[in-house]
Design a protein around this ligand. Structure first.
Ligand code: SAH
Length: 289
């Protein structure tokens, strides 16, 4: 029912897999696009562990019967606990949401498909977008819109949230989208930034990435690689700084060196798959020098 084209699949496989008999970890299984291609490129001694924090994904992934493959339902910030005894030759993060999440109105992610506001990638999280937007203080909402959504009219939109709440709850994705509707013409949907902000907040996306990157270097074999596909500048900045040995402005010895330049999707791929539009792939390699 849902299709999801894996982003920069050839570029990712080429740079991630240096050893066909190696052990790999896909931290963002999604619809398994990258995982399936990794398995195809491994020999019988190779193995792939995968995780995802989405229960729907987990049900699907657990049905895959390949002796080289195993799946665990978890957040990727938890990899240091999940893989205490493992070392990997490559670890992949394909960040953001999948089409499975975005295209299903009942998951409440999208202003294009009206549904009950939710946005939790992990359905066991306590706070959904609905709960947060209907309870948070105006100043907190403004800050989230500003810092996570890079929304210049953050205060104005936060005020509108409060005004709207006086009339009725913000119940659906359409309700939230209407907050940002001003009648002005612009290339992107006026609610794009605030939707992204709420989604990033509800799923603690930046915190997850930082924790997972810091944990992942300890799970790498010598010459093991980390491949990260990010979808906006805020994510990419974290990855870029991490590869340079910085987390939140402080030094962190990641023992990684960047491999090659950043990779972006081809024009043909963007035409075929608009989701790839803003994708950036970075590769880091661990060297125990
Ligand atoms: N590469 C996949 C698509 C991944 S989409 C494919 O080709 O099919 C991103 C996936 O990452 C989503 O399923 C989402 O639930 C998962 N995800 C996002 N943040 C996560 C986190 N912190 N922990 C675990 N999974 C996460």
């Amino acid at each position: 029912m849902f299709s999801h084209l894996p982003v920069m699949i050839n570029e990712t496989i080429d740079s991630l897999i240096q050893n066909r008999s190696g052990a790999y970890l896909d931290c963002t299984f999604g619809l398994g696009g990258h995982s399936k291609e990794i398995l195809k490129n491994l020999d019988s001694k190779g193995s792939l562990s995968a995780i995802d924090q989405d229960q729907v994904v987990a049900e699907y992934a657990l049905k895959i019967k390949d002796p080289r493959f195993n799946f665990q339902y978890s957040k990727f910030s938890n990899i240091k606990n999940l893989f205490k005894k493992n070392k990997f030759d490559g670890i992949l993060f394909d960040l953001g949401v999948s089409s499975l999440q975005l295209d299903d109105a009942s998951r409440g992610f999208s202003f294009q498909k009206n549904g009950k506001l939710d946005m939790r990638m992990d359905q066991s999280n306590k706070i959904s977008a609905f709960e947060w937007i209907n309870n948070a203080k105006e100043s907190e909402i403004a800050d989230i819109f500003y810092y996570l959504g890079e929304e210049r009219r953050s205060r104005f939109f936060a005020r509108r949230v409060i005004e709207r709440r006086k009339i009725s709850l913000i119940d659906s994705t359409e309700d939230l989208a209407s907050i940002a509707y001003t009648g002005r013409h612009s290339k992107k949907h006026p609610a794009t930034n605030i939707f992204r902000a709420v989604r990033m907040f509800v799923n603690n996306e930046l915190g997850e990435i930082k924790d997972a990157l810091m944990a992942s270097v300890n799970l790498l074999n010598d010459k093991g690689r980390i491949a990260v596909i990010s979808f906006h500048s805020m994510e990419d900045r974290i990855v870029k700084n991490f590869f340079k040995g910085k987390v939140d402005g402080s030094d962190f010895d990641s023992q990684l060196k960047s491999i090659g330049k950043i990779i972006k999707p081809s024009v043909a791929e963007i035409q075929e798959n608009p989701r790839a539009r803003s994708a950036i792939l970075r590769i880091g390699e661990r060297s125990y020098a």
